[in-house]
Ligand binder design. Sequence first.
Ligand code: TYD
Length: 222
Amino acid sequence: MSSSPPRREGHRSPFIALEGIEGCGKSTQIARLAEHLDRNGRAYRITREPGGTPFGDALRDLLLRPEGEPLDGLTELFLLEAARRRHVREVIVPALIAGSIVIADRYADSSVAYQAGGRGLSTELVEQLNDLATDGLMPDLTLLLDLPADVGLARVAGRDRARDRMERERIDFHRRVRAAYLELARRRGEERYRVIDARRDIEVVTDEVLAAVAPLLKGRDA
Ligand code: TYD
């Protein structure tokens, strides 16, 4: 059986990723995007990284548990790529083939931002492993919910749950993650990457999210 992912030239449903630093509001915006798709009767699948499969969820626990042993960047990257490979093959590709819009709450660019930008691994190395793990499958559109690290971390601090291992990193780490995302956006260009100012009101951000995905949803059957 061929292991190639479906190509993106218009013959499959859209694959949309949301990215951003801690506290950028991805979950809220994904819920709102899902409501919009429901209202329009579109079939979709929401999935997240790390996770998306039982295997991935087990790795997520290893990666994010605050009391877990410290992991170096390369160990993190290997775990993430293993989870990513399963996620692409078991969840994302089958959903796209079945005609569902896929909305990923983080995908391969999180590794570029966190493991290269944040942990200091080489961007080239991370992109090579991403390419291997995903069989080259890239989102049609990535929405980067952008905001300064101090604003994001203040939002996370206000949440009623314990902070995970990444959220406990120093502010400089999160500043580097943000800078890496912005650099990716610059490199990939506006057609593939949309930077949305996530400091603004939820409604305003949602309007921009929906406007950004509208062209992708047009002219394709649910
Ligand atoms: P996040 O998506 O923020 O979920 P929640 O809203 O439940 O906290 O948490 C995932 C964390 O994993 C986040 O801190 C970023 C990190 N991460 C990486 O470091 N590299 C990756 O490749 C991925 C997918 C996530």
